[in-house]
Design a protein around this ligand. Structure first.
Ligand SMILES: Nc1nc2c(ncn2[C@@H]2O[C@H](COP(=O)(O)OP(=O)(O)OP(=O)(O)O)[C@@H](O)[C@H]2O)c(=O)[nH]1
Ligand SMILES: [Mg+2]
Length: 228
């Protein structure tokens, strides 16, 4: 974005043309350099905390890795699978040239079928990262639009509230339900988000399958980084 006008972030009540500029700035950034940096099986393998980070958290199989691929418009930058438990480490991606921020794809939580000691190791890794990473600008907590917020999501939300880490709820797989059902789950999810101090009150509905909400999510990520 070196030759671009400075990005001013969203302003309440701004005219639609500014919204378009906001989406376009985000589109350009994600269409540029995005590169896998490393997989960290433990916090000590993370890169130096030199750039802001946006992390993707959520139950196993909710679509975290797929959503990262949709954001960067590539099919296999982040590894995905139909089998829950695909992502087992913190996978770090650099965005921008020069680097502007990092995306972090996380192991899912609430995956009951993996061996207990492995689940525990993932849980510690995810919790320690979410609670203790100073450069973590925003967490995107992904919720399956078919199921809404579950108790395991609530536990993570409470932990983030307590740690004062800002997060936004993102509904995934919106293509799998009817628009009327989506409207209902959106309303319920936003109502619950408003009760959490560190949650951003706006919930974003997305589908990696149809591309719905992806441009808005790119802009939300850029807003989060700019605000941090
Ligand atoms: N229809 C539909 N399927 C999706 C969408 N997003 C993800 N999926 C599917 O859901 C499955 C799980 O996706 P992943 O991206 O691997 O999920 P994850 O949250 O990274 O899972 P773990 O790494 O195991 O925690 C895959 O089969 C995806 O194709 C979506 O928006 N729509
Ligand atoms: Mg994954």
């Amino acid at each position: 974005m070196t030759d671009e006008a400075p990005y001013d972030g969203p302003v309440d009540g701004q005219p639609p043309v500014d919204q378009e500029a906001r989406l376009e700035a985000a589109r350009k950034l994600f269409a540029g350099r995005v590169e896998f940096l490393k997989s960290a099986p433990d916090l000590k393998f993370l890169p130096e905390p030199d750039f802001p980070e946006v992390a993707f958290a959520g139950r196993s199989n909710v679509g975290k890795s797929t959503l990262i691929n949709a954001l960067v418009n590539r099919t296999s930058l982040a590894r995905t699978s139909n089998t829950p438990g695909r992502t087992q480490e913190l996978n770090v991606f650099d965005v921008g040239d020069p680097i502007a921020f990092r995306l972090v794809d996380m192991p899912g939580y609430g995956f009951a079928k993996a061996p207990k000691d492995i689940v525990r190791r993932w849980q510690y890794l995810v919790n320690d990262y979410l609670r203790g990473r100073a450069v973590l600008g925003r967490v995107l907590v992904l919720i399956d639009a078919r199921h809404g917020i579950k108790d395991t999501d609530r536990d993570v939300m409470k932990m983030l509230d307590k740690a004062a880490v800002s997060y936004q709820l993102v509904l995934t797989k919106a293509d799998k339900i009817k628009p009327t059902e989506l409207a209902t789950v959106m309303a319920a999810t936003e109502a619950e988000a408003r009760k959490h101090v560190a949650a951003y009150p706006v919930v974003l509905p997305t589908s990696s399958e149809t591309g719905a909400g992806i441009a808005e999510l790119r802009a939300a990520v850029l807003d989060a980084i700019t605000a941090h």
